[in-house]
Design a protein. Structure first.
Length: 266
């Protein structure tokens, strides 16, 4: 008798070596746990080095997989070089890059944003992803099912005037992803998950939780809840695994069904 067909086989990440930025907490930590749980070796790179190591230890305990953490500022070229060297030293190669770092300043008065803040948002959200991609490229080119996947933002697609620097930098990331997918055609798949509002500790700490829950009652919010890190991790697993082997140059929206209702204050 032949073995039963395994519909999950293509979603396994065995033999994959992942570099994931900004994985010490929240969405990144969820992605790291899911990829490690699917069989990948995962290196978490984060500005918070100690927290990255602690998260990695927890993930190893929960999944039985291999997960390491290290301190890294993705806006510094020398830190990126050290990260790539450490990952190749630990795992023997890199097959998968997840550019998850991202952030930007919020202004109640959008005209208050400074040029310096605009440039800093671009450096963190866009240039870091380009630098990471180029630094990992020699290793990605040697790997099976190589991919680069970015954590994008719904604010790149809808008006986001109170987070202007962040929204425009994430919009640039979308364009860069499509260009890279063409540059690296038939070698490395490149995609972006366009993320909606995921309830993280940051939002809760900023007191945004209750107001968001109220706005989520609007019927334009098709699913009617904020996202969880696992919602994003599931999409990342698909896009990085062999199951998405025919998917490149795409923006995959994971945002609760496409609401255009602003979840933040006016
Ligand atoms: N949470 C949301 O609702 C939401 C919505 C849309 C998009 N996103 C995107 O998803 C990604 C993760 O979001 P999150 O809410 O989990 O973020 P978060 O702020 O909770 O975590 C980001 C991590 O990146 C690390 N980091 C920051 N600057 C860094 C740097 N220079 N070098 C290395 N690490 C650095 C932080 O230490 C932190 O651990 C980001 O790209 C964000 O823009 C989030």
């Amino acid at each position: 008798m032949t073995d039963k067909f395994d519909a999950f086989a293509d979603f396994r990440m065995d033999g994959h070596n992942v570099v994931l930025t900004g994985g010490a907490q929240n969405i990144g930590a969820g992605i790291a746990k899911t990829l490690a749980g699917a069989g990948a070796n995962v290196m978490i790179a984060d500005l918070q080095g100690d927290k990255a190591q602690e998260t990695a230890r927890q993930i190893e305990a929960e999944t039985g997989g291999r997960c390491f953490g290290m301190g890294c500022d993705v806006t510094r070229a020398e830190d990126i070089d050290a990260l790539v060297k450490a990952t190749v030293g630990a795992f023997g190669g890199i097959s998968t890059l997840v550019n998850n770092v991202g952030w930007g300043p919020r202004h109640d008065d959008p005209t208050a944003i400074t040029e310096e803040e605009l440039v800093d948002a671009y450096k963190l959200n866009t240039i870091s992803a380009y630098r990471m991609s180029m630094a990992c490229l020699p290793h990605l080119e040697k790997a099976q099912n190589a991919s680069i996947t970015n954590s994008g933002s719904f604010s790149s697609a809808v008006p986001a005037y109170d987070i202007l620097g962040y929204g425009t930098a994430k919009a640039a990331l979308n364009q860069m992803m499509i260009s890279l997918a063409h540059m690296l055609a038939q070698k490395v798949r490149v995609n972006t998950v366009l993320i909606g509002t995921v309830m993280t500790e940051g939002y809760a700490d900023a007191g945004l939780g209750e107001a968001m829950q109220e706005r989520l009652k609007h019927p334009d919010n098709l699913i009617g809840r904020t996202g969880q890190p696992q919602d994003i991790a599931n999409a990342m697993l698909w896009l990085t695994s062999p199951a998405a082997g025919w998917v490149s140059g795409q923006i995959i929206k994971v945002h609760g069904g496409g609401s255009t209702v602003r979840l933040f204050g006016e």
